[in-house]
Design a protein around this ligand. Structure first.
Ligand code: DP6
Length: 326
């Protein structure tokens, strides 16, 4: 099954009234239990479920209109060449929605550095699909938007909602049961901060890194079982408001994901010396009684998880912190 078949099925019978411009915003999200590995690369269908926390104040804003002379893609006010990786990826995604040979003018502002392992593609594709929905007046529901966003980037399916969000692995071949939904719980004291190590582009994109890990890492065999355990632990910790249980599982899950990549051939090592230094700082802080835990995505930057009541002590220990959530 192709992406275009999924789009056709979702848009069947949706004949909204097109508007001159569609505009939307979508937040970034950080996985607490990671998505790493696809069972279907065309549709971005995952091997496991995953769970994230939405960063309400960080994300992308996108404006889309139709234009006659091919696609024109602007990122933070700058027009990108059509062979720029971001423009190219977006144009291939937009191909799924063209009704004729029209082009699109897309203006995107992102408050996170693109391709630095900070979930920029998640908020970018979620904002794009919402802007298309507004442009064409389809009035799709969140589940359908989540599935369409997944076709752009897997983690984007979680950027349709606030709070804690679970992406269900699903089992259908067409992926119609692989979408995200918010958990019905709030924990407003949770904080996520970001320790910037580098904003350089990733040496290996997450798509290629996932493929290589799955195909060549002997440690990947144990990943699905680990995710099943971690997801259950994280959900239990969230419902009991047990921060230690949450933090320990979140950190272990991220480290295990990186371990699977490091064992791939050739190895994928996103960590830089400062990544390791921050991880030691986090462990030191815990030894001295500050309850803080680390997580990392496909890049060298470290996100730290803590509670509002520890804010001052965290800022004292990590003066370089930027706040992502809370
Ligand atoms: C490590 O969603 O960027 O951040 O589906 O290939 O676009 P594609 O991958 P992407 O991968 C995110 C991987 C991760 C973990 C996560 O967000 O769950």
């Amino acid at each position: 099954m192709k992406k275009s078949d999924v789009v056709k099925e979702i848009l069947a019978g949706r004949r909204g009234s097109a508007n001159p411009v569609g505009q939307a915003e979508a937040p970034a999200n950080i996985a607490l239990c990671k998505y790493w590995g696809k069972r279907n690369e065309e549709l971005n269908l995952p091997i496991t479920s995953s769970l994230s926390l939405t960063l309400d104040h960080v994300g992308a804003r996108t404006e889309i209109s139709q234009c006659s002379s091919g696609d024109q893609i602007f990122l933070s006010g700058e027009r990108l060449d059509s062979d720029h990786p971001f423009a190219n990826r977006l144009s291939r995604y937009l191909d799924l929605f063209r009704q004729g040979d029209e082009g699109y003018c897309v203006k995107t502002e992102s408050s996170v550095p693109v391709a630095a392992g900070l979930a920029s593609s998640a908020s970018g594709f979620a904002a794009t699909v919402k802007a298309l929905d507004a442009l064409y007046g389809w009035k799709l529901g969140s589940r359908e938007l989540s599935i369409l966003a997944r076709l752009g980037s897997g983690s984007a399916c979680r950027s349709l909602y606030s709070g804690f969000v679970e992406w269900h692995v699903g089992e259908r071949e067409d992926g119609m049961d692989s979408y995200a939904e918010p958990l019905e719980l709030q924990w407003p004291e949770i904080r996520l901060g970001w320790i910037l190590v580098s904003t350089a582009h990733k040496p290996v994109g997450s798509r290629e890194a996932m493929r290589r890990t799955r195909e060549s890492s002997p440690l990947y065999q144990s990943w699905p079982a680990q995710v099943a355990r971690d997801l259950a632990e994280i959900k239990a910790a969230l419902s009991l408001r047990d921060f230690t249980r949450l933090g320990e599982t979140v950190e272990a899950n991220a480290l295990a994901m990186h371990a699977t990549m490091m064992a791939a051939q050739p190895a994928i090592l996103y960590w830089l010396p400062d990544t390791v230094a921050v991880l030691h700082q986090v462990a030191d802080a815990r030894r001295q009684g500050v309850s803080v835990y680390a997580t990392m995505d496909a890049g060298p930057n470290v996100k730290i998880l803590y509670q509002a009541r520890d804010q001052d002590r965290v800022v004292e220990r990590f003066p370089q912190i930027s706040f992502l959530c809370g």
